[in-house]
Design a protein around this ligand. Structure first.
Ligand SMILES: CSC[C@H]1O[C@H](OP(=O)(O)O)[C@H](O)[C@@H]1O
Ligand SMILES: Nc1ncnc2[nH]cnc12
Length: 301
């Protein structure tokens, strides 16, 4: 059964999991198989791991590739999201290591974020281009339906969790200067990381519901009582976070996998009124590339 956002019919969700730093595999998947998925945007970060958890179809992608060969600026975000879309994914849970920008969000804390500030700049940020222009809404960039499930299951598992918070996306790969860290704090941001944009923008363009669990690994470099962030510190805390992240994944999948109608937040219909280019001005070559992510609306002409 596939998504039918247009008719409102029930769907059987397929859950996409994007594993960040320290999460390169998913335990407990049945019938698991790593498969190469080709896309018109180039290669995804790695093969995708297909399987089932409690009967729910899941597709896992290690964001930086197995063994972490890819830095944030070199990720092919478009290929990653297209590959998940053409694999049937309807809902994405992004699992990410982040630095904390608030005293009350210590290492080990999980944040189900609800906003982004995108300060990344060296990345392809849209599937659309000359020959097919689209402007999707990003006022609420994360799916609140998935967010509810993530928050609920964190609480059920007794994990320290905060619902809501702004994730500042920096380009990296260097960590922030102290002045930058304090600037982001003055903007009221909760956490800082390098990867969730343009991932979330592209998921919205592809009409995939997307939510993030930001797992705090460090206090970045602003905190007087804590050392500035290092990869060693991130990896150490991620190793502790990873078992909690795995428990969370195991408990959210059955909930997210239950048959449902269209997303009440409309993420799965984001392209409905977003494309502005007149049909006769559209570039056939670009339309072909857009088949997987935007075929639902483009096939109507
Ligand atoms: C290894 S620390 C920096 C690295 O970790 C985060 O990645 P992800 O979101 O994939 O967990 C951060 O954004 C940086 O890419
Ligand atoms: N302090 C930090 N800054 C950017 N990305 C991070 N990922 C984990 N910690 C981080």
């Amino acid at each position: 059964m596939s998504t039918n956002a247009a008719t409102g019919a029930q769907i059987e969700p397929v859950i996409g999991l994007i594993g960040g730093s320290g999460l390169y595999d998913i335990e407990g998947l049945e019938d698991k198989e790593w498969r190469t998925v080709e896309t018109p945007w180039g290669k995804p970060s790695d093969q995708l791991l297909f399987g089932r958890l409690d009967g729910v179809r899941c597709v896992f992608l290690p964001r930086h590739g197995r063994g972490h060969p890819l830095p944030p600026s070199r990720l092919n975000y478009r290929a990653n999201i297209d590959a998940l879309k053409r694999s049937g994914v309807t809902d994405i849970v992004s699992l990410s290591a982040v630095g904390s920008l608030k005293e009350e969000l210590p290492p080990g804390h999980f944040v189900v974020i609800d906003q982004f500030i995108d300060r990344s700049f060296a990345r392809e940020k849209s599937f659309f281009d000359t020959g097919c222009v689209a402007h999707v809404g990003m006022a609420d960039p994360l799916c609140p339906r998935i967010g509810d499930v993530l928050e609920g299951q964190c609480r059920e598992l007794g994990l320290d969790v905060t619902r809501g918070g702004t994730y500042l996306v920096m380009e990296g790969p260097q960590f922030s200067t102290r002045a930058e860290s304090n600037l982001y704090r003055s903007w009221g941001c909760s956490v800082v990381g390098m990867t969730n944009m343009p991932e979330a923008k592209l998921a919205r363009e592809a009409e995939i519901c997307y939510a993030t669990v930001a797992m705090v690994t460090d206090y970045d470099c602003w905190h007087d009582d804590h050392d500035s962030v290092t990869v060693d510190a991130v990896v150490k805390v991620m190793q502790q976070n990873a078992s909690r992240a795995r428990a969370l994944v195991r408990s959210v999948i059955p909930k997210l996998g239950a048959k449902r109608g269209p997303c009440y937040a409309g993420c799965d219909r984001a392209l409905e009124h977003a494309i502005i280019t007149a049909p006769e001005k559209r570039d056939p070559a670009l339309l072909k590339k857009l088949e997987a992510v935007a075929g639902r609306v483009l096939s109507r002409g």
